[in-house]
Design a protein around this ligand. Structure first.
Ligand code: PMP
Length: 354
């Protein structure tokens, strides 16, 4: 604790990202990255930007990227906001849409950054417990509240909430912003984006870090009616107009234009996920139904913390959360088929030795 820190900074517990092992050769299944690289189309555009554009500031409007997103989603460009990863966009949302005196709601098991932002931006919040199947208790999100924040599919469970249930939440919160964080939507969920024309209170947040293989570039999008996008622009242009660099902007634009690579990689990851789920169930794991590029699993006979350590000794890194209710689960990102086979072999070995 430093005497120089503000009272806010003294009071927060910052988010701890998953380990990045650097040059050490491991099977890395801990931060839900895509195991497949971005396409040549994306890389070539970025190389051209490196040699041509770096002495100038990037386009603060991100027009090329936003137009590609508008074409991809079938929305007007005024409905698109681009940010430095969806984390940045979510942070801006707290400043743009929530008021300190009003209590926002999000599930008690969800992306832990939501609570960190609420504390940093001094927004009061209530965490709504999930039911025994890790589903959201719908009525608890009907308000009155100061706003709603939901990850769909949820993290770290991978559970998906059907769109008709989200629509009910929107209907009951017409005066408040409902943010649906669809970081993992491309892996088999149904997106809320088609609801945008009907609901001025809906903001959908997407990322290029998972289904688009670009975690290293930091690109996120917010999709919503122009009133909400304008709110985000007000915050952005009061902090830093150039949050997305020139290389990321062209890489992101080409990723949206290259639908074939995107669709192929997503399909492979879904197939690998289903295969891995079956293999883990054969080893007696209970695996939550996932619509994400990760699975959430528990073993009845071996504590998750021990499994985590045993995998680590075999140079396989997964994610373990020492938190109530989920401290006996592992969250395992879906890698290549070879990586997941190595994971299953290691788990079989660990389970048999017990
Ligand atoms: N939302 C959820 C639910 C996530 O799991 C993540 C990734 N950790 C993010 C947002 C942030 O993604 P980005 O890389 O775009 O900041």
């Amino acid at each position: 604790m430093s005497k120089f820190w503000s009272e806010t900074v003294k009071g927060i517990t910052p988010y701890v990202p998953g380990e990045q092992p650097g040059a050490r050769k491991v099977i890395k299944l801990n931060t839900n990255e895509n195991p497949y690289p971005p396409s040549d189309q994306v890389l070539d555009a970025m190389k051209a930007a490196v040699s041509g554009r770096l002495k100038l500031y990037p386009d603060p409007e991100c027009a090329g990227l936003r137009q590609a997103a508008a074409d991809y989603y079938g929305l007007p460009i005024e409905n698109i906001f681009a940010g430095n990863g969806s984390d940045e966009i979510l942070a801006f949302c707290f400043k743009a849409f929530f008021n300190p005196g009003e209590t926002i709601v999000f599930p008690d098991i969800t992306y832990s950054f939501y609570e960190v932002y609420a504390r940093l931006f001094e927004i009061s919040y209530e965490k709504i417990p999930l039911d025994e199947h890790f589903d959201i208790p719908l009525e608890s999100f009907f308000g009155p509240n100061g706003g709603v924040l939901l990850a769909n599919p949820n993290a770290p469970t991978g559970k998906f909430t059907p769109v008709d249930r989200i629509r009910q939440i929107l209907e009951h919160n017409l005066d408040k912003v409902v943010i649906i964080d669809e970081a993992y939507i491309d892996f088999g969920g149904e997106s809320c984006v088609p609801l945008i024309p009907d609901y001025p209170n809906l903001l959908v947040v997407h990322t290029f870090s998972k289904s688009r293989s670009l975690a290293g570039l930091r690109i996120g999008l917010a999709l919503g009616q122009s009133e909400l996008i304008e709110g985000l622009n007000r915050v952005k242009n009061s902090i830093n107009s150039y949050t997305l660099d020139a290389i990321a902007q062209v890489g992101g634009e080409q990723s949206l234009r290259d639908t074939a690579t995107f669709e192929r990689n997503v399909r492979r990851i879904i197939e690998t996920r289903e295969h891995t789920v079956s293999a883990l169930r054969e080893l007696q794991f209970e695996v939550v139904d996932s619509r994400a590029n990760f699975i959430f699993a528990t073993h009845p006979g071996i504590p998750a913390a021990d499994l985590f350590d045993a995998l680590r000794q075999r140079d396989i890194i997964v994610r373990y959360f020492a938190k109530p209710r989920i401290d006996n689960y592992l969250r395992i990102s879906i890698g290549t088929d070879e990586e997941m086979e190595a994971l299953c072999r290691a788990l079989e070995d660990i389970v048999l030795k017990k």
